[in-house]
Design a protein around this ligand. Structure first.
Ligand SMILES: Cc1ncc(COP(=O)(O)O)c(C=O)c1O
Length: 398
């Protein structure tokens, strides 16, 4: 392994995607794993790079943390920043997207009555942070209801813009929404919001590795993302990008030695912790780059769309959005009249796994339950057959 955490991953560019790629993962061969979206799946070469980092730390922990760690964290952050199209010192690692969203939202100052605008697709944990701000500062969260099914970007932008008032301070918007898999037009939303005097925080938990990403070009003040979902990194590797001029007020959720010494110093050291996930991000980027960033992205999108359309046709239902508003995840309306609740969706997910060894999330979107399928490099069309056959039968029992 090289000094900046890059692993030896061989010639992956020639590896056919699909079944041959499965040997690169530890996934259960009996299962249909259709949910890369929730927690990712870390490839074995990246796990090996992480293990090597852990062993290196254990050879001389004090020298590693005291002398090596600051430089190594910055080197890994620089690799990630280059992948995101950003300047190295505008990017810091965080534990995960939740930590990044907390860092921004809990660093900002609000007056009672200030409004934070988000959408009804906002991720549940982020909604809880907003609830905390409501209780702590008396802010008001406004959820713009997005049309569903969606036909195009204009109606999404209009739905959000229509909820701006003269009390709105901040727009919190997903890049790719968890429950709907919808790619939101964040650059358009950010331009609109900033023109109306708002600050903009983008929750890009699902974006890195799934879609083409130029973070500064989104035009937001802050962008949060995960490397452990679609970028093949070990879990515990998220990031926060902040525009110059929007860094000074930020503090990590855990205050430590770097307090008051600037954005990078504050976030790079948040107490003694396992740094291996952050330091293995270059190995994950190497892995994706060796496979071909475009090749993986296109192949996963094409597979997700083809499977989504096939299943929707078998179920006589439909997808929630047009092709260009999905990446490597697609949401398909569940047939029948199962209640559109988290409880019903959770029960279906559990039964699919326990009785059929199919892992897929089922969540309410609009007025119906939807199954959200993911396509990752180890998936093949055959993986989606059990889902297509069994979910309608289970849904009819609810
Ligand atoms: C849109 C969105 N935001 C935030 C998160 C939280 O990610 P993490 O659990 O890695 O903090 C998720 C996780 O699925 C998500 O989908």
């Amino acid at each position: 392994m090289t000094d900046d955490g890059a692993g030896d991953i061989g010639d992956l560019g020639a590896l056919p995607l699909g079944h041959p790629a499965r040997r690169l993962f530890a996934l259960d061969p009996e299962a249909d794993f259709l949910n890369n979206g929730s927690f990712g799946a870390c490839p074995l070469p990246v796990t090996a790079a992480q293990d090597a980092i852990r062993r290196e730390v254990e050879r001389q922990p004090v020298a590693f943390f005291a002398d090596e760690a600051p430089r190594r964290i910055r080197a890994a952050a620089a690799r990630l920043a280059a992948f995101l199209g950003a300047a190295a010192d505008d990017v810091v690692f965080v534990e995960n997207a939740t930590a990044g969203m907390n860092a921004v939202l809990r660093s900002l100052r609000f007056e009672p009555g200030d409004e934070i605008l988000t959408t009804d697709h906002v991720y549940g944990a982020v909604r809880q942070v907003l609830t905390h701000l409501e209780r702590q500062h008396g802010v008001v969260t406004v959820e713009a209801r997005l049309p569903w099914p969606v036909t195009g970007e204009d109606e999404l932008v209009a739905a959000v813009e229509s909820r701006i008032t003269d009390r709105t301070r901040l727009l919190v918007v997903d890049h790719i929404a968890s429950r709907s898999a919808l790619i939101l037009p964040v650059a358009r939303l950010a331009a609109m919001a900033r023109a109306r005097g708002l600050q903009v925080l983008v929750d890009g938990a699902h974006a890195p590795g799934q879609i083409l990403l130029d973070v500064p070009a989104l035009g937001a003040d802050w962008v949060v993302g995960n490397c452990h979902k679609w970028l093949f990194a070990p879990r515990g590797a998220g990031f926060l990008w902040a525009r110059r001029g929007a860094q000074e007020a930020l503090h990590p959720p855990v205050i430590s030695h770097g307090y008051g010494r600037g954005f990078v110093a504050e976030f790079d050291w948040i107490g003694t912790r396992d740094l291996s996930a952050w330091l293995a991000v270059p190995a994950a980027i190497d892995f994706l780059t060796a496979l071909g960033v475009e090749r993986v992205r296109n192949r996963n999108h094409v597979l997700a769309m083809a499977m989504g359309e096939t299943i929707a046709s078998a179920w006589s239902t439909g997808l929630g959005a047009p092709r260009d508003m999905y990446g490597a995840m697609v949401t398909i309306r569940v047939p029948g009249s199962a209640p559109a609740t988290w409880e019903a969706g959770g029960a279906l997910r559990q039964r699919l796994w326990r009785e059929h060894r199919v892992e897929v999330p089922v969540m309410p979107v609009g007025d119906a339950l939807h199954a959200r399928i993911s396509a990752q490099i180890f998936n093949v069309p055959q993986d989606y057959r059990r889902l297509a056959a069994t979910l309608p039968v289970l849904a009819a029992t609810l």
